[in-house]
Ligand binder design. Structure first.
Ligand SMILES: C[S@@+](CC[C@H](N)C(=O)[O-])C[C@H]1O[C@@H](n2cnc3c(N)ncnc32)[C@H](O)[C@@H]1O
Length: 205
């Protein structure tokens, strides 16, 4: 059965994100993707970065089924592991030693705004517990800056998210960076991306 899901933003943002990853991912090792969603990014990035193993994950069963379908569809079953059932808020993360030993980066695209603040806390806690040395945590998504929306479209988007779930919504960049520091993780780079998004690159302090 073909269970592939198609998330509309992935085709638009995958190339700009690829450019950032090209400059910031270690050439070898396992990349853990948090909140892989449909899996479209996972298979795309696995093909872009053949020196890495792209380990996808998502807590949603239908998303993991889609990721599996995408891996199969792209003929990557030999190269890529199947997605892990990983909810950042469930501590500790269910990662086998084989992944932990080779982990070279964590990538999280478009999750923080569709989750409560506790998920951001848990993401940093998980990164602190799993990343070694200078391995980066790379986050992509829309953020507020100094408590303000940086575009009207972000403001409208934020409102629509809060209507779905009052604990969702765009997080404030400075609050996220301050939270990271509480987990002994520092911000290294803030990169402006198309459509009022940011890439945030963190490493352990
Ligand atoms: C907007 S989608 C983004 C999916 C994909 N990264 C993309 O950019 O297309 C948000 C994803 O976050 C996942 N998610 C929500 N809460 C989560 C949590 N606590 N831990 C891990 N993933 C979570 C959802 O299951 C969903 O797949």
């Amino acid at each position: 059965m073909d269970y592939r899901l198609f998330f509309s933003a992935t085709k638009r943002n995958r190339n700009p994100i690829r450019e950032i990853l090209t400059k910031n991912l270690p050439e070898k090792g396992t990349v853990l993707e948090i909140a892989s969603g449909s899996g479209e990014h996972a298979v795309f990035f696995q093909k872009c970065f053949p020196g890495n193993v792209w380990q996808s994950s998502d807590p949603d069963h239908s998303h993991r089924r889609s990721i599996h379908s995408w891996i199969n569809y792209e003929g990557l079953l030999e190269k890529m592991p199947l997605p892990i059932d990983l909810d950042v808020e469930k501590d500790p993360w269910p990662l086998p030693i084989s992944i932990l030993d080779n982990l070279c980066a964590i990538v999280c695209i478009n999750m923080l705004h569709v989750a409560p603040w506790s998920a951001t806390q848990s993401l940093f806690n998980g990164a602190l517990n799993t990343l070694k040395g200078n391995s980066p945590l790379i986050i992509y998504g829309p953020f507020k800056n100094n408590g303000q929306h940086i575009s009207q479209s972000n403001e409208v988007f934020d409102k629509s998210l809060k209507e779905i779930n009052s604990s969702w919504g765009l997080k404030n960049l400075q609050d996220v960076n301050q939270l990271a520091e509480e987990f002994h993780i520092g911000i290294n780079k803030i990169i402006e991306m198309p459509a009022n998004n940011l890439v945030l690159i963190y490493t352990k302090l």
